[in-house]
Design a protein around this ligand. Sequence first.
Ligand code: DQA
Length: 144
Amino acid sequence: SELLLLNGPNLGILGRREPEIYGTDTLDDIVAAVGAEVAERGWKVVSVQRESEGQLIEAVHDAYEGVGAIVNPGALMIAGWGLRDALAAYPRPWIEVHLSNVWARETFRHESVLAPIASGVIVGLGSLGYRLAAQALLAKVPRP
Ligand code: DQA
């Protein structure tokens, strides 16, 4: 059983990307934390981080057989219509995560085109948000 951990543009440089906003955890730290969270269920984390929308869309297409997904779209939250269409067709539950509290920031970050079709959204809790999203998926996906 595979859990897709999908991160969009500029999230591969976490740790050194505006740490006062995004914290000091690296993407590797986050992958490890999510992996630890879902290990008891025997889920394997498949982490995909890409800078471009097309490659993120392909990763969604490739994950249809998985258990669910955690998605931080980065700035694609603002106009990632192709990614939104891919996730609309994705047959599993998925949770949108933003490290920062987007509503406390610039107004262009106040609306996500993905959020209306997500199972849930977690914002502003830093890397803990990914762990909480993993717990939410564990609760949402019934044991076989
Ligand atoms: C982000 C918030 C987005 O607005 C921004 O473009 C990012 C990171 C977050 O995790 O807080 O790249 O998704």
